[in-house]
Design a protein around this ligand. Sequence first.
Ligand code: NI
Length: 193
Amino acid sequence: MILPIVAYGDPILKKEAADISADYPKLKELIANMFETMEGASGVGLAAPQVGLSIRLFIVDTSPFVDDEEDDEEVLELKGFRKVFINPIILDEEGEKWNFNEGCLSIPGIREDVSRKPKITIEYYDEAFKLKEETYEGLMARVIQHEYDHVDGILFTDRLNPLRKQLLRKRLENITKGIVDVDYKMKFPKARR
Ligand code: NI
């Protein structure tokens, strides 16, 4: 089932989400619905707060980054990177910060360069509630960092310099009201009926 994606301006996106336990109701169904929702919106990541649940869970699938012609092994690795992260903790971030043009399904139509470290080590539970510790680099790290921010109540726009954010103010305000061109189902906090 496709779930509506919560738009910029909804307080749930600014809230620090809570850990869940293995007996969280209908977890399997939620994860399946989140994947369906993310794919329907052509996203590479989706966090539970974006579908209205303030819990520490996010999913990633970086395969849309890879086009059919690709034969570079490192890029092809992105194709199979489809995962569920529950109660994650980023243990370490390292390397020299780099810019990547980020977007967010909750902030349609806006993309901005965001600076983050290239390598992370993360501890989390997978969908079977098995504890994992893994290290990621490059785009995989990038997507995880963006989604991890969501469960901490941080949006990529919070990481822009104040001038840049000021320039986007009107467009962000319009998104909260639903004045935006988007081809997937959304829930706007200040939409007029
Ligand atoms: Ni996002």
